[in-house]
Design a protein around this ligand. Sequence first.
Ligand code: C5P
Length: 224
Amino acid sequence: EKKIIITIDGWSSCGKSTLAKQLARELGYVYIDSGAMYRAITLYFLRNHLDWTKHKAVEDALTKINLEFLSNHKNGQSEIYLNGENVEYVIRDLVVAEKVSEVAAIKEVRQFAVRQQQDMGQKKGIVMDGRDIGTVVFPDAELKIFMTADNAIRVERRFRELYEKNPNITIEEVKANLEMRDYIDSHREVSPLRQAEDALLLDNSRLTMREQLDIALKWVHERL
Ligand code: C5P
């Protein structure tokens, strides 16, 4: 049975991980949230008060970071562990989101993450979402999807998600964070966010989750 690599890149909060998880479930593939790796590294740097403008400090810190994805036995979803600690929930905090794009722009950080991401794809049968998966991590992936959605819709979706955990959050904060991350992610020097030439564009502003899954599944089956 043929297995492929599926990459999903795009702007912040346009539903990449929702689609990636559904595809992985439907196909029996592994799902990897590459953004969780950058978030976990950022969490480690913040907890250790690291000055990440210093290359040596970054390099030393990276040697002390071990990242793993383990499946949660209750819901079957993969969750990220930082040096043995489940950090899947803390990394979603706005404190981490405020700094993650700065950390993810550091060359050494990207090399550290990308190498591990490429290892995870060796056996194919993987869906990975992020910003540079189709352009840098798996340039030869069989199916590349680039997702987008209207700004207002993305802000609204992310606000609802964060509000559940923290009712003090405001829509302005969420909007400012998304705009800042998109700006940094698309303007950085090392592997900026952009649509790969051979990526298929999926704008889900006006699609239900079922509709978007069906479109993606059709693309998958055309490649199997
Ligand atoms: O996907 P998520 O929004 O959780 O990613 C958080 C941040 O991690 C992004 O805003 C981006 O700065 C960084 N990232 C990246 N490359 C990836 C995935 C995420 O630079 N492949």
